[in-house]
Write a protein that binds this ligand. Structure first.
Ligand code: MN
Ligand code: MN
Length: 472
C-alpha cells in the first residue's frame, strides 16, 4: 500500500487555506503555552462563535435544544464542548478528544536559592523529556501564583522581545570529558535542571556610614529577585508554595524550511490536535449526533488528577448537559457513552530518516502524508493500548474516502523499540468505539517540535468529516 503526499492533492484554493490556518495555529501556540493559557484561548475562540458556559445555563435552568452550543471548564485546565445534534443523546455522540498539557519543567514549591552568585529556581520536570535538550536555550516562565487571599497573579515572562529570558547552564566543552562519557540519560540529571534567574546582588546603603559605602549582605542576589517579584507582582517567597509555574522554551512558533512547509514550535504534542479539533467543531454547523470535544490536562503524566481524562469531570458534565436537554437518566448517560464514537487525537511519531532504524517504514507516519490513524499504541506487545475495533476502522475509512481526506496508518516505531499511550483507553472503558488519530510530529517532546502545515490542514478536514458522518 502506498501513501499519498497531501501537497500533491491540494488545489490552489486549498493551498491558500493551508496558509491561513497555519497562521491561526501558530498564534494559538503562542497564546497557549500552558494548559491554563490554552483553556483561556479556547474559551475566547468559542465564545465568539456562540458557545455558552454550562455553569450559567444550569443556574438559569436554560433548556438546551438542537444546535445549541455549550462548554464547561474544569479548574481552568480542562474544557469540554458540546454542539447539540438532532438525534437523542442515547444514540451516542461523536467525540474529539485531545490533551493540552505538554512536557516542560515545573517550578518546585520551595524553589528559590542562591549559589555561587546566581539566584536559581529549582524545577521538577513534567512528562517525558530528554533532559539534555533543556540546557542553554532561552526559557520563559508561565503560570500563576495564588496568594493566601485567593488573588491569582498571572506570570508570563520571556515572550515579548524586550522581556528577559531564563536559562539552565551546561558544563563548557573544555571541561566536559567526564560528562561526555556518561549515558545521555545521565549527562544532565533532573536535579541539575536549575533555572538561572539572576546574578545581581541587592545593594543596601549602610545606615551609619558617612563614606556612603554600600553592602549587599547574605544571599543578596536572591533578595534582589524577591524585591523585583514584590515590586512587579506583589508576591512573597511563601507564595511559591501555592504557585504553578511552568518553564517552557521562549519564543514564538516559526515556519520551518525554505519552502515554509513545516511549523517548528513548542507544545505541538498535543496542541496541534486540540487546535484542529476546536476548529473542526466551530466549522461544523449542523449534525445528527451531538458533536463533542474534550481537551484535557495531565495526559503526559498518566491522565491522572481532577483535570486528567480519568477524572469524572467529563461524565458529570455530560450528565448536566443531558439534564438541560431534558434527556437525563443514569441509563441514558450510559447509553450515550456506550453508543458514542471517538477520535482520541494525539500526535504520532513522524518517520525520521536520520533515525530510520527505530521505525518500520511500511507502518510509519510521514510528515506531509496526511492525518494519521493508529489502530493501537502501547509498548511490549501493545500493552496499555486501546486497539480499535476493525469494524470501526472500516467505518472511518469509508467516511474519509468519501470526503477525500488524505490519511495514513501507523504505529509508534518498530516493535520492541519503545512505545507510548494516549487517553484512548480511558474513553474505551465506557464501551464506545475509540481510535487513536492525529498529526505526525518530528522530534516529539523536544523543546521545539515539527509538524507539516499540510497535515494540520488535512487533519482539521478529517475531524470535520468525522463529526458530521460517524455513526456506528
Ligand atoms: Mn500526546
Ligand atoms: Mn506526549
Amino acid at each position: 500500500m502506498e501513501n499519498k503526499n497531501t501537497w500533491e492533492l491540494l488545489d490552489e484554493k486549498q493551498l491558500k487555506e493551508v496558509e491561513v490556518l497555519s497562521k491561526e495555529y501558530m498564534n494559538f501556540l503562542d497564546n497557549g503555552k500552558t494548559e491554563r493559557e490554552c483553556v483561556d484561548t479556547i474559551v475566547n475562540m468559542i465564545e465568539e462563535e456562540g458557545y455558552r458556559e454550562l455553569e450559567a445555563l444550569v443556574k438559569e435552568g436554560t433548556k438546551l435544544k438542537q444546535g445549541d452550543k455549550v462548554y464547561a471548564v474544569w479548574m481552568n485546565k480542562a474544557v469540554a464542548m458540546f454542539q447539540i445534534g438532532s438525534k437523542s443523546f442515547a444514540e451516542g455522540m461523536n467525540i474529539l478528544g485531545a490533551h493540552i498539557d505538554s512536557p516542560r519543567l515545573d517550578v518546585k514549591q520551595n524553589p528559590l536559592f542562591e549559589e555561587g552568585g546566581f539566584a536559581y529556581l529549582d524545577t521538577h520536570y513534567y512528562g517525558g523529556v530528554k533532559k539534555y535538550q533543556w540546557v542553554t536555550i532561552p526559557l520563559a516562565l508561565h503560570g500563576v501564583m495564588i496568594k493566601k487571599d485567593g488573588t491569582c497573579v498571572e506570570i508570563n515572562i520571556g515572550e515579548e522581545e524586550d522581556d528577559p529570558v531564563f536559562f539552565i547552564s551546561d558544563l563548557l566543552i573544555h571541561l566536559a570529558g567526564e560528562q561526555l562519557d556518561k549515558k545521555a540519560a545521565k549527562v544532565i540529571e533532573g536535579e541539575a535542571l536549575d533555572l538561572i534567574v539572576g546574578n545581581k546582588p541587592l545593594v543596601i546603603k549602610k545606615d551609619d556610614d558617612k563614606k556612603k559605602k554600600k553592602e549587599s549582605g547574605k544571599e543578596a542576589v536572591k533578595k534582589g529577585i524577591l524585591a523585583i517579584l514584590k515590586e512587579m507582582y506583589d508576591v512573597e517567597e511563601e507564595d511559591f508554595i501555592s504557585a504553578e509555574l511552568e518553564v517552557v522554551p521562549a519564543g514564538k512558533a516559526r515556519e520551518a524550511g525554505l519552502d515554509r512547509s513545516m511549523i517548528l514550535a513548542y507544545g505541538q504534542d498535543d496542541r496541534v490536535c486540540a487546535f484542529t479539533s476546536v476548529k473542526a467543531m466551530l466549522e461544523t454547523k449542523k449534525t445528527d449526533r451531538t458533536a463533542c470535544c474534550i481537551l484535557v490536562d495531565k495526559e503526559e503524566i498518566g491522565s491522572v488528577g481532577a483535570t486528567g481524562m480519568q477524572s469524572r469531570f467529563f461524565e458529570n458534565t455530560l450528565a448536566e448537559v443531558m439534564n438541560l436537554a431534558g434527556e437525563y437518566s443514569e441509563l441514558n448517560v450510559r447509553r450515550c457513552l456506550a453508543a458514542s464514537c471517538m477520535l482520541s487525537s494525539d500526535v504520532s511519531a513522524g518517520f525520521d530518516p536520520s533515525y530510520a532504524a527505530s521505525f518500520e517504514k511500511k507502518n510509519a507516519a510521514f510528515l506531509g502524508n496526511g492525518m494519521v490513524f493508529n489502530k493501537f499504541t502501547g509498548a511490549r506487545g501493545k500493552s496499555g493500548s486501546n486497539d480499535a475495533n476493525a469494524e470501526y476502522m472500516a467505518h472511518i475509512r469509508a467516511i474519509f474516502e468519501e470526503d477525500n481526506i488524505n490519511f495514513q496508518t501507523a504505529e509508534l516505531g518498530k516493535v520492541d523499540v519503545g512505545g507510548g499511550g494516549t487517553i484512548a483507553y480511558i474513553l474505551a472503558l465506557y464501551g464506545m468505539n475509540v481510535i487513536d488519530s492525529g498529526v505526525a510530529v518530528l522530534n516529539m517532546h523536544a523543546p521545539w517540535e515539527a509538524t507539516s502545515k499540510a497535515d494540520v490542514y488535512e487533519t482539521k478536514r478529517g475531524y470535520k468529516a468525522f463529526l458530521k458522518k460517524a455513526s456506528l
